[in-house]
Design a protein. Structure first.
Length: 236
């Protein structure tokens, strides 16, 4: 009898997956943020005015070349500013979701949300000069300064790629899921892989490679919490 009681107590002490106590709209928003991030990165890839060897060192020619990328600049602006706003909602929802199972003193929910907030700022700053360049290229009354245009050509090819914060979120979600059962384990493993890669490359001199994996991580997390965050069965 004593053995049975001690075994039951040990089982009761194990962390158990918990059912979501709130709606999943925040997770859908997160998936949308990841998708917009992917769109923004693809737009940035196509804006090569500052990187084409034919225009290197010639601010005037770089400015003229940027005029060919107005649709991509507009796409970058809309996608990145949209992602920046949606990431705020996703951060709040993810924090509340993890708090439902993580230990009361755990920093993991705050760290996960903080990584998304950092990513939101980077996404917003990535589109900071896009509209000024667009209007400057289209205006005859206030022509765009070539040196400024050359800087923006580099800006839109670098700042939108700073998704290291998403890597921090991925690692925090992985620990919360795998150690505290705060999310399905498959989400935890995916977050560990994608979040770990994003964090490592984001911290390295190859930091802009985080732009390839970071938006995918956010998309996967959003979809995972939308469709895969099942309610636990009585045997879990």
């Amino acid at each position: 009898m004593a053995t049975t009681s001690s075994t039951r107590a040990a089982l009761d002490a194990r962390p158990r997956p918990v059912a979501p106590t709130v709606g999943r709209g925040w997770a859908i928003v997160g998936a949308a943020a990841g998708l917009l991030g992917i769109v923004g990165i693809q737009a940035s890839l196509r804006i090569d005015a500052a990187y084409d060897e034919r225009y290197a060192g010639d601010a005037g020619r770089i400015t003229d070349r940027l005029g060919d990328f107005v649709p991509q600049l507009l796409t970058l602006h809309l996608a990145m500013t949209g992602a920046a706003v949606l990431l705020l909602i996703f951060a709040a929802g993810l924090r509340r979701r993890l708090q439902g199972q993580a230990p009361a003193v755990s920093l993991l929910p705050d760290i996960a949300a903080g990584g998304l907030l950092l990513t939101s700022v980077a996404a917003l700053m990535g589109a900071a000069f896009s509209t000024e360049v667009i209007f400057g290229l289209e205006s005859d009354d206030a022509p765009l300064d070539p040196e400024f245009a050359a800087v923006v050509g580099h800006w839109v090819g670098t700042v939108p790629w700073l998704w290291v914060g998403a890597g921090v979120t991925g690692v925090a979600v992985a620990v919360a899921a795998l150690r505290h059962a705060a999310a399905p384990r498959w989400i935890g493993w995916l977050a560990a892989v994608l979040g770990g890669v994003t964090l490592l490359v984001g911290l390295s001199p190859l930091q802009y490679l985080a732009g390839f994996t970071g938006p995918v991580l956010v998309l996967v997390l959003g979809l995972g919490f939308t469709f895969g965050d099942r309610r636990p069965s009585p045997t879990d």
